[in-house]
Design a protein around this ligand. Structure first.
Ligand SMILES: [Zn+2]
Length: 52
């Protein structure tokens, strides 16, 4: 009876996941703003560390 319900919340898509426009990595979090685009954490930290 309750089998109809399984897997409904597992396959939910999260809106901040996608392909990074900088490194073309897929399935990464794109929540770090860089200019007018959102990049992944790797690209963001790499760019901000250049200030040092
Ligand atoms: Zn990236």
């Amino acid at each position: 009876m309750s089998k109809n319900y399984r897997g409904k919340s597992i396959n939910r898509k999260t809106k901040w996941r996608g392909t990074c426009p900088k490194c073309n990595r897929t399935g990464v979090k794109l929540i770090w703003p860089q200019g007018n685009i959102k990049v992944c954490k790797q690209c963001f930290s790499k760019n901000s560390s250049e200030k040092n």
